[in-house]
Design a protein around this ligand. Structure first.
Ligand SMILES: [Zn+2]
Length: 311
């Protein structure tokens, strides 16, 4: 008989959920978040004790595995959190707060907050330059896409000035994407992002847009395809990989997340980047992808206030 992915015990039993998460976060045993001690730690026992509670006898403080993570200060049981992570990481186009609200039985506001916290866990902390991995000189594609409405800008027919702008970079060899929200398409905005994120030894592939004119001085090689002349591929010169990424992103944003304020757009990009960088074709199955997201929960506390105040 087929076995549902969601039939695992850690999705239904809070104690099993803690054991599961502890195994992922503390593979070598519990570590005290207050003093970083690990030698004199005991699990708190007894009926009245909250689930997953430990005591550190070095600093005499108590803690749980969720301290200092995006799951801290939440009234949602940990097994429900793990269900939310499984749903959000396994749905190719994402999953709406409304759907999470109905599926998990939490309020809409809680579902919205949970999904943003999980996106924060998906955020990649690595800043290694793209296109220069393993000493090889790689190919990096850069391109922009437009979505939704730029706040405060009147809608015009044609053009993209009234839309929000996204810049994505794809390392073709490592098959990884990195996306940022940008305010305009000037060289002053875009070139510093390219220089920060792409190795000098990389070969950059873009379209013929003027903002990339100086890229030849910054990277070992800069090749362009002339889209206005209907040129899309010339040998290995193309931006098809990054455009493929944009089509997944846009289908998800249109189909699942119809309304997205600019101040939250970077979080949705994080989610789509994460799934792309942990996709099946790279050998990452649904369970491994959820585990990779869980590894990112540490040190990323996110409160309702920080979510809403960040412009
Ligand atoms: Zn301690």
């Amino acid at each position: 008989m087929a076995k549902s992915v969601l039939s695992a015990k850690h999705f239904h039993d809070e104690e099993a959920a803690y054991a599961y998460l502890e195994d992922k976060i503390w593979p070598e045993g519990p570590i005290c978040p207050h003093c970083s001690g690990f030698e004199r730690i005991s699990k708190m026992q007894g009926k009245a004790t909250r689930i997953g509670l430990y005591k550190c006898y070095q600093c005499r403080k108590q803690f749980r595995v969720t301290v200092g993570t995006v799951f801290e200060y939440s009234h949602v049981p940990l097994n429900i959190w793990l269900q939310a992570v499984a749903l959000l990481t396994s749905s190719k186009k994402g999953i709406s707060s409304n759907q999470l609200h109905r599926t998990l039985g939490v309020t809409l506001k809680t579902a919205w907050f949970m999904s943003h916290r999980i996106r924060e866990a998906m955020r990649d902390g690595t800043l290694a330059p793209m296109g220069g991995s393993d000493g090889t000189f790689g190919n990096v594609e850069a391109d922009e896409t437009f979505i939704g409405r730029e706040p405060g800008v009147e809608k015009k027919r044609g053009g993209y000035s009234h839309k929000m702008k996204v810049l994505s970079l794809v390392d073709r060899e490592a098959k990884q994407v990195r996306s940022v929200v940008i305010n305009d398409l000037t060289a002053e905005t875009i070139m510093p992002i390219l220089e920060e994120n792409i190795a000098k030894e990389a070969s950059l592939m873009t379209d013929e847009a003027g903002q990339y004119n100086s890229a030849g001085d910054k990277f070992i090689d800069h090749q362009t395809v002339n889209h206005s002349q209907e040129e899309y591929v010339r040998g290995d010169v193309h931006t098809n990989t990054v455009e493929g990424y944009f089509s997944i992103f846009k289908r998800g944003m249109r189909g699942i997340y119809q309304h997205c304020a600019k101040k939250h757009l970077h979080r949705y990009l994080t989610e789509f980047d994460f799934r792309y960088n942990n996709r099946i074709r790279l050998g990452v199955d649904d369970m491994a992808r959820a585990e990779n997201a869980l590894r990112g929960i540490v040190g990323k506390r996110l409160t309702y206030r920080t979510i809403n105040s960040r412009a």
